[in-house]
Design a binder for this molecule. Structure first.
Ligand code: AVJ
Length: 312
């Protein structure tokens, strides 16, 4: 059993306003459902970022201004599908670099490496299994320039203070002149944003409910999945999508591994996710407050998404 997971579930479900962290969405099943989300036409984030990395690889690489071989470290590489276009460009241009995808899932990294070795046989790839920071600490000890990739608007899942703390930690392990290419989802029509999260096929609902299935399996709980529903909304005033599970009736759930029963009122919520949207000036502020200089925003043609290049 995973101790932090147990502790976080206990803390979240006994809080006055119940919550569970979206970082726990990504077990094997959840990662699969997330693939389905990325394939939904209404989930524009993936297509937008793919377009940026496909059409602007040259401009991104030129903006790095690295004059010797460098490392590309990708945090939470996952299936690396979007990054492929950037890597392909670099390999075709015979640019000298190492690609180091970092992920906590050994399985995901293995699949990614195999796929990349097949499609880009000349790529130098060094997968790193483990926690971001243990691996990042090593990087500051070499004098090879580094490009950190933190794509997919993953930063949007963090509360403001947590996002700043995480970015400051990145900043701390980076050397002067190192770059961070960070993907952020931009503010846009609230209707477009709502459609990306509140999908009619119920894929995002399954993604959220999977968290309860995970608790049932890993903590020996008895959540009845059918007695919960999914709700989310976008608030254009704050730029936040908030997602919830909703208890459809008054019910009691036993979590054996925690020796704990949890009471739910009818319509009681469990907050599961924050997906923050930014304006470009908010992106620049975030860069500055975390110790970076914001160098360039690479946008898709619809201006839905930015891969922003920051320099330490
Ligand atoms: C992977 C964190 C960027 O917040 O848009 C997709 C996850 N949640 N649909 C996001 C997600 C619901 C996603 N990120």
């Amino acid at each position: 059993m995973n101790k932090t997971f147990a502790k976080d579930v206990l803390e979240g479900l006994t809080a006055k306003e119940k919550h569970l962290s979206s970082k726990y969405f990504y077990d094997t099943n959840g990662s699969r459902i997330f693939q389905e989300i990325m394939n939904m036409p209404d989930y524009y984030l993936t297509d937008s970022e793919f377009e940026i990395l496909s059409l602007q690889a040259k401009q991104i690489v030129e903006a790095l201004k690295f004059d010797k071989p460098f490392n590309i470290l990708e945090l939470g590489a996952g299936d690396g599908f979007k990054t492929f276009k950037l890597l392909e460009y670099l390999v075709n241009e015979n640019i000298d670099f190492n690609y180091m995808p970092i992920d906590i899932s050994e399985e995901a990294l293995k699949m990614l490496s195999e796929k990349l070795m097949e499609r880009l046989p000349n790529l130098s790839i060094k997968p790193q299994v483990g926690d971001y920071f243990d691996i990042l600490k090593d990087m500051s000890e070499s004098n090879t320039p580094n490009l950190l990739l933190f794509l997919g608007s993953n930063i949007g899942n963090y509360l403001k203070v947590d996002a700043i703390n995480l970015l400051r930690l990145f900043n701390k392990v980076m050397n002067t002149g190192d770059k961070l290419l960070i993907g952020l989802d931009l503010r846009k029509s609230p209707i477009t944003i709502r459609k990306a999260y509140d999908d009619q096929q119920g894929i995002t609902k399954r993604f959220n409910l999977n968290l309860l299935i995970r608790i049932n399996r890993e903590l020996n709980a008895d959540f009845k999945i059918d007695d919960f529903d999914f709700y989310c909304y976008y608030d254009p005033d704050t730029g936040r999508v908030k997602s919830y599970l909703v208890s459809l009736k008054k019910q009691t759930v036993l979590i054996k591994e925690l020796n704990k029963t949890i009471e739910f009122e009818q319509n009681e919520l469990i907050w599961t996710e924050l997906s923050r949207k930014y304006s470009l000036s908010e992106v620049d502020k975030l860069a500055m407050i975390s110790g970076f200089q914001s160098k360039h925003h690479f946008l898709d043609c619809k201006h839905y998404f930015t891969d922003s290049l920051w320099e330490k």
